[in-house]
Design a protein around this ligand. Structure first.
Ligand SMILES: Nc1nc2c(ncn2[C@@H]2O[C@H](COP(=O)(O)OP(=O)(O)OP(=O)(O)O)[C@@H](O)[C@H]2O)c(=O)[nH]1
Ligand SMILES: [Mg+2]
Ligand SMILES: [Zn+2]
Length: 359
């Protein structure tokens, strides 16, 4: 790692990228902190002086989602080291589409180097879901690593077949097969969470994300929960995102299990995941071929020849359709906001703060 003016912060992921974004004159070391968890009005941060809790400035909370601090962010505090004054530019930002707000994105984590996409090898393994997570990783410039857990609960042949299928999703994709309770296999993750590197774990509930944090930490840092007998799913044991420092000097974030993963706008991410299909598409008879029954379709020809799976083509089409629908919803939301403003005017009603901000 290239040296910065704040060596104690380098253990928390600080490097020359963030150093170059600091205001001048350079702030004192104890006024630079990293966010480890965020609650509604307060956040926990870590810095050269250890951990503490800070209030989130009200004007940060009222801005768009991207202006709010999220786990992994770096902040500059005022001279008293009590009050955040600047959120430093992010190197990477992983987002997903907010489950409730039709136009908004939800911030998952900032300044990540690695996205561990965790899936268990028993019934959770689903290549189409992995492709969703891969699109998010590529869109945000974070290196994806697929971690297949519960190898001890399946046959070696099944584990090998799933790993091969996952590797086939993207050239060069790292795929690790582990028993999350067993140190010797979990050690495979360390190269991606080396000293100063920040990783996060995403995946469905119950796949073993918190178990991986505990095994990497060599101690119980975060609770894990038994799988439900009724349907074999997790119990949503982890309820908030938290960044942990590991004994090896890396940082890892535990994230609550996602019920569903709705993609934010991610055109580059999808192009990267489905590069093979997009390259074949250039050879289709029609420039706007949807690879869905059109004559002279190079993509469907590849499926017939067995070099591409029908599942992958269908997932590609489905994800593109979701992106297009999102554009429509955005358009509808804009129209709706305009209508509300027009109604405010007609009725002589002052626009609420929330609405005024959106203008
Ligand atoms: N046998 C075995 N059990 C595992 C493995 N990984 C996780 N488990 C068990 O699976 C259950 C769920 O693990 P958690 O680590 O709580 O799962 P999680 O992904 O953090 O789940 P949420 O916090 O709900 O999102 C626990 O009982 C773990 O002990 C594994 O590789 N092998
Ligand atoms: Mg958990
Ligand atoms: Zn085609």
């Amino acid at each position: 790692m290239t040296s910065t003016a704040y060596p104690p912060l380098e253990h928390l992921g600080w490097d020359t990228f963030f150093q170059a974004r600091l205001p001048q004159p350079l702030p004192a070391e104890d006024t630079i902190v990293r966010v480890v968890s965020v609650h509604s009005m307060v956040m926990n941060v870590i810095g050269a002086q250890g951990r503490r809790q800070l209030a989130i400035p009200g004007n940060w909370l009222s801005g768009p989602a991207e202006s709010r601090p999220t786990v992994g962010d770096w902040l500059v505090l005022d001279d008293t080291a009590q009050w955040p004054v600047q959120l430093l530019d992010r190197r990477t930002l992983v987002t997903r589409r907010a489950p409730t707000d039709i136009t908004g994105v939800q911030l998952v984590a900032a300044n990540l180097d690695t996205l561990f996409i965790v899936s268990s090898l028993n019934d959770d393994f689903n290549p189409s879901r992995l492709e969703r997570y891969l699109a998010i990783a590529f869109q945000s410039g974070v290196e994806p690593v697929v971690v297949l857990t519960k190898a001890d609960l399946v046959t070696p042949e099944h584990a090998l077949a799933c790993a091969e299928e996952a590797r086939g999703l993207c050239p060069g994709l790292a795929v690790l097969v582990v028993n999350a309770l067993d140190e010797t296999t979990v050690n495979l993750l360390f190269p991606w969470v080396a000293p100063g590197r920040t990783a996060t774990l995403v995946g469905s509930s119950g796949v073993g994300k918190s178990t991986l944090v505990n095994t990497l930490s060599r101690e119980e840092r975060t609770p894990t929960g038994a799988i439900r007998d009724s349907d074999g799913r997790g119990r949503h044991t982890t309820s908030s995102r938290t960044l942990y420092t590991l004994p090896n000097g890396g940082l890892i974030m535990d994230v609550p299990g996602f019920r569903e993963l709705r993609l934010p706008p991610c055109p580059q991410g999808l192009s990267q995941v489905f590069r093979d299909i997009e390259e074949l598409g250039i050879r289709c008879g029609f420039a706007d071929c949807r690879h869905d029954g059109e004559p002279d379709c190079a993509v469907e020809k590849a499926v017939r020849q067995g070099t591409l799976t029908q599942r992958r083509v269908e997932n590609y089409r489905k994800l593109l359709k979701e992106q297009a629908m999102q554009d429509d919803e955005k358009q509808q939301a804009k129209i709706y906001a305009r209508q509300r403003r027009a109604a405010d005017k007609v009725l002589g009603r002052p626009a609420s703060n929330k609405r005024r901000r959106k203008r």
